[in-house]
Design a protein around this ligand. Sequence first.
Ligand code: SF4
Ligand code: SF4
Length: 109
Amino acid sequence: MAGVAGLVLNTFPCTQCGLCCQNVHLAAETRYLDRGDGTCTHYSELTTGCSIYAERPDICRVDRQFALNYAQQYSWQTFVELNLQVCRLLAEQAAVPAQRIRLVDDPDL
Ligand code: SF4
Ligand code: SF4
């Protein structure tokens, strides 16, 4: 895929889980998008995606963020891995309540 600023980037392997859009309160750069419960005001529960995808802000575009702010520090591959670490942390965080519910519902506890 051709990235911005003439960089050739592989596509970021987003699974479209929507967790980053449901946790915009966690980063100073995206906090302004919080509708009040940590979820972005542009997140659609109906489609589980961004309702303004084509016009989403630069902070939501991983390839643009790389070109604008991180290309001098990291390779694209490293930048992808750093972002994926955040994706995994969000997935682990999201799994905790489900685990707790299962434990509480366990009649043996
Ligand atoms: S948390 Fe990661 S995998 Fe999930 S939608 Fe956001 S960028 Fe994609
Ligand atoms: S603007 Fe779109 S891509 Fe960005 S956090 Fe909100 S819902 Fe997600």
